[in-house]
Design a protein around this ligand. Structure first.
Ligand code: NAD
Ligand code: UGA
Length: 468
């Protein structure tokens, strides 16, 4: 018989912890769920009408349970003490100094949370690794927990990676393809996994809740992200061939996607993938492979990230050469700053790289995004450590309140995010054309525009994956 969970604590109220545990609370009204964070401002927003992250459907989910069985708090210690089950959902960024800098995951936050649990626990806990971590991290957590456990306190460690994508987090959580739980292959391990499985079984069919050993579970998360990113780099590599030959990447992707073994998803060519995880997790896999003395495996996966960098550079070069080989003093309107549509998140957004390239070419840049906060854009564009960066930046970069304003007197519009509102059925591109310098260029980095229609208005249109 396994334990029935009554109180859950989630450490980390971020993009994963917040939505995931809000859905758990909504679907398990008899379980008390407390999401904690050290960041008081973040917790304050979770308790307000303006949630700290934008995610379609999230407001409703939070409103349904908040104050009933869902709580957001900075009281980390108390929530840990009370819980039967604790999700560790803290950030695991790429290390930027020390051994493995630029590749390895910084496990400092995971370890700090683990030590805090070990230190505080006075009753048995199931500790669930929710953050994406390198293979075998659960083992390190176990050693830390057991070395610091109070007498008689037992810890079971599970791996339960999260597969939600931003922008569709709520629907991904409500209808997941699978829920993955990794545990030790012991009686206690399996019992802990069964306790967590019961929580998900409130809404996920049992057949979709799969259990396996911890290391497989940890590696499956890195592998799934690596596969997804690899598909994008593959289609982007083909987009370069299309531009040079006259093939059309959307047609190639459609033709390949009809093969049921390949499938149509994640084959949209783009200016490059962004987001907080793809690059980080692949580099993590590269580091893991190198640590295991598997340089060929490391090189194989590294190429997925290299191809992504190449795509952003290649698109920029195309823009420069179309604009008569100079951007000096020209105004470039950037449509979209988020790393994908339906999110305000800008982590590793390709738009950041493009704006940096344009600045280096002495262009004037005007940015419009429907969801990203202005302060976030400044933070993303400032080079860390350069004191006078902001005033210099603001001489070259401005933030617009609408797409029309961004494009006013611009030489070119560059579509960086596939927001629905940028489609030519939604924006009045005739009005945009009238306000621009001539010749008026549009560079579509997301294949959202109908090229023929825009050409008819008078635009010079250049689309990723199509010849100019
Ligand atoms: P995030 O930065 O948005 O949130 C992490 C939160 O943890 C922060 O608010 C931070 O203040 C808090 N935190 C750190 N240490 C703490 C401590 N000791 N006590 C209390 N709070 C602490 O990160 P995220 O995007 O939610 O990602 C979390 C993990 O989930 C990462 O490992 C990531 O790889 C993984 N993941 C992310 C996504 C995604 O879409 N963002 C999807 C799947 C998996
Ligand atoms: C991704 C995965 O899809 C999730 O399963 C995973 O849980 C998550 O990473 C994570 O571990 O953090 P996310 O980064 O939120 O989710 O968003 P995606 O939809 O995967 O998009 C990532 C990037 O790829 C975006 O910049 C997107 O525009 C780009 N993309 C996506 C393409 O360029 N082409 C495509 O066909 C699909």
């Amino acid at each position: 018989p396994h334990k029935k969970i009554k109180k859950i604590c989630c450490i980390g109220a971020g993009y994963v912890g917040g939505p995931t545990c809000s859905v758990i609370a909504m679907k398990n009204p008899n379980v008390q769920v407390t999401i904690v964070d050290l960041n008081a401002q973040r917790i304050e927003s979770w308790n307000s009408d303006e949630l700290p992250i934008y995610e379609p459907g999230l407001d409703e989910v939070v409103k349904e349970s908040r104050g009933r069985n869902l709580f957001f708090s900075t009281g980390v210690d108390q929530a840990i003490i009370e819980a039967d089950l604790i999700f560790v959902s803290v950030n695991t960024p790429t290390k930027y100094t020390g051994i493995g800098a630029g590749y390895a995951a910084d496990l400092g936050y995971v370890e700090a949370a683990t030590r805090q649990i070990a230190w505080l626990a006075t009753s048995d806990k199931i500790v669930v690794e929710k953050s994406t971590v390198p293979c075998r991290t659960a083992q390190s957590m176990r050693v830390i927990l057991e070395a610091n456990a109070k007498p008689g306190v037992r810890f079971d460690i599970l791996s339960n990676p999260e597969f939600l994508a931003e922008g569709t987090a709520i629907s991904d959580l409500i209808k997941p393809d699978r829920v993955l739980i990794g545990s030790l292959d012991t009686e206690e391990g399996r019992a802990a996994a069964a306790s967590l499985a019961d929580i998900y079984a409130s809404w996920v069919p049992r057949g979709q809740i799969i259990t396996m050993n911890v290391w497989s579970s940890e590696l499956s998360k890195l592998a799934a992200n690596a596969f997804l990113a690899q598909r994008i780099s593959s289609i982007n590599a083909l987009s370069a061939i299309c531009e040079a030959t006259g093939a059309d990447i959307d047609e190639v992707s459609y033709a390949c996607g009809l093969d049921s073994r390949i499938g149509p998803k994640f084959l949209k060519a783009s200016v490059g993938f962004g987001g907080s995880c793809f690059q980080k997790d692949i580099l993590n896999l590269v580091y893991l492979s190198e640590s295991l003395h598997l340089p060929e495996v490391a090189q194989y996966w590294r190429q997925v990230v290299d191809m992504n960098e190449y795509q952003k550079r290649r698109f920029t070069n195309r823009i420069i050469s179309s604009l008569f080989n100079t951007l000096t003093g020209k105004k470039i309107a950037i449509f979209g700053f988020a790393f994908k549509k339906d999110t305000g998140d800008t982590r590793e957004s390709p738009a950041i790289t493009l704006v940096k390239y344009f600045r280096a070419e002495k262009a004037l840049v005007s940015i419009y995004d429907p969801k990203v906060e202005e302060s976030q854009i400044w933070m993303d564009l400032c080079e860390p450590g350069i004191v006078d960066d902001l005033p210099a930046l603001q001489k070259q970069v401005s933030i617009a309140a609408s797409a029309y304003q961004a494009a006013e007197k611009a030489d070119a519009v560059v579509i960086c995010t596939e927001w629905e509102e940028f489609k030519d059925t939604r924006l009045d591109y005739e009005q945009i054309y009238d306000g621009m310098k001539k010749p008026a260029f549009i560079f579509d980095g997301r294949l959202v525009l109908n090229e023929k229609r825009l050409k008819k208005i008078g635009f010079k249109v250049e689309t990723i994956g199509r010849p100019g």
